[in-house]
Write a protein that binds this ligand. Structure first.
Ligand SMILES: [Zn+2]
Length: 422
């Protein structure tokens, strides 16, 4: 076994064991009877409701552990048994045959075909997991509203979209990688432009491929929302209701878009669970993210991060070991991208607690913003509790678990922070 691959193997196993221990710690927290009693009392959750949440949490945790174990085994086995070198030889063959008919550089065709095969393979592997999750796990707990036909039509649509957008992006990146010693800067600039462009067309072009968006009809709610938008001086290109209920009963709201295309989207499932004052409070929270520039800073952070990553990639690219460790037979730009993305999962593991921390700070700030704008903590507090109940979200977490994984603070902490009590 190549030394570099042995290090990779060690990291991946370490990461798995770490996550597993964290999961067990968390389990011991929410299975604790005393803790359960205390939290249920504080949040006004009755015993039957809590039992439902507990059953859902247990099933999700078991599914998560098993699927990450299988995925880790498959990935490491695939690399160890020469999967990459097999895909590489298919790609070399394909490009040899077709590059003169496809009007593209041979290297780019080879890379595109390689990524296509890898994409098809990983999609095929992921289908049984997402099928089980939707039609067994979510179904069992009453959340699933999707039919197998719509599941597969979603899958086909998103795969085609992935192939088209991914194909364009990869061709651009592979082209940029041939542009001399500053290629990493050009590649970064292209990726940034591409990201901005796709987020710009996302609300009006991409999202409607999967869901229907309709304007709000409820007059009272509409007035509440427009008053709110005016109060915080927010210019939106529209507030829409999304037919999330065609897939699942989980409720949510989000804010989407860049430049002039700013949309607020409410899931129809959210509207079913909250009254109009609570909905306005949830929207005020979402607007808070925008007004406090969380959205902008997150974008800047991710741009800076990808700049650093491209620079590091440019240092790794000339090293032959970088490729041979993962079974590639030759140095190529596309193999460089693939191997780097493998190592990235470790980078991500290290930085994700910091990212979660920043995100939780933002959530507290957006909550405070919402309380300030709506003039009371009651609406937001009740909305958060209702949402947590209807989504069967577990309100108890081990501090270490929430520190690493939670992008949103635990419910009790959020309620305490806005000084809400039942
Ligand atoms: Zn938020």
């Amino acid at each position: 076994m190549h030394q570099l691959f042995a290090i990779f193997l060690f990291f991946m196993c370490f990461k798995f064991v770490f996550e597993f221990i964290l999961e067990k710690l968390n389990q011991s927290s929410y299975e604790n009877k005393e803790e359960q009693k205390k939290v249920c009392h504080k949040l006004g959750i009755d015993k039957t409701d809590f039992q439902k949440t507990l059953a859902y949490t247990r099933d999700k945790s078991a599914f998560g552990n098993l699927s990450s174990l299988i995925n880790l085994g498959l990935l490491l086995g695939f690399i160890y048994l020469g999967g990459f070198s097999l895909l590489e030889s298919f790609a070399v063959n394909f490009s040899g045959k077709y590059s003169h008919t496809l009007f593209l550089n041979e290297q780019i065709i080879e890379g595109l075909f390689f990524f296509f095969l890898f994409f098809v393979l990983s999609t095929l592997v992921s289908i049984p997991f997402s099928y089980y999750f939707t039609f067994f796990l979510e179904e069992k707990h009453g959340f699933n509203k999707q039919s197998p036909a719509s599941f597969f039509s979603d899958l086909i649509k998103s795969s085609l979209l992935g192939i088209i957008l991914g194909g364009v992006l990869i061709s651009l990146l592979l082209k940029a990688m041939t542009l001399g010693s500053l290629w990493w800067f050009f590649a970064w600039a292209l990726l940034s432009l591409f990201t901005l462009l796709t987020s710009w067309i996302y609300p009006s072009v991409l999202a409607p491929l999967f869901n229907k968006f309709s304007p709000i009809e409820d007059e009272k709610l509409k007035k509440g929302i427009f008053d709110l938008a005016e109060k915080v001086d927010f210019k939106t290109s529209g507030i829409f209701i999304m037919d999330a209920s065609t897939r699942s009963t989980h409720g949510n709201a989000y804010f989407t878009g860049v430049f002039g295309e700013k949309r607020i989207v409410l899931f129809d499932t959210l509207i079913k669970n909250l009254n109009s004052n609570q909905l306005v409070a949830v929207l005020a929270h979402e607007l808070g993210h925008f007004k406090l520039k969380h959205v902008r800073y997150a974008l800047i952070r991710s741009l800076l991060m990808s700049l650093a990553l491209f620079y590091v990639l440019s240092l790794c690219l000339p090293m032959e070991d970088f490729y041979t460790a993962f079974g590639f037979s030759k140095v190529s730009n596309y193999a460089g991208l693939v191997v780097f993305s493998m190592w990235f999962s470790f980078v991500n593991f290290v930085i994700s607690p910091f990212m979660s921390f920043l995100s939780r700070q933002n959530e507290f700030e957006a909550d405070a913003f919402a309380v300030n704008v709506t003039g009371n903590e009651k609406d937001l507090g009740e909305a958060l509790i209702n949402l947590s109940k209807s989504n069967h979200s577990m309100p108890i977490a081990h501090p270490l678990y929430s520190l690493v994984h939670y992008s949103h603070p635990p419910l009790l902490e959020r309620l305490e922070a806005i000084k809400f009590s039942l």
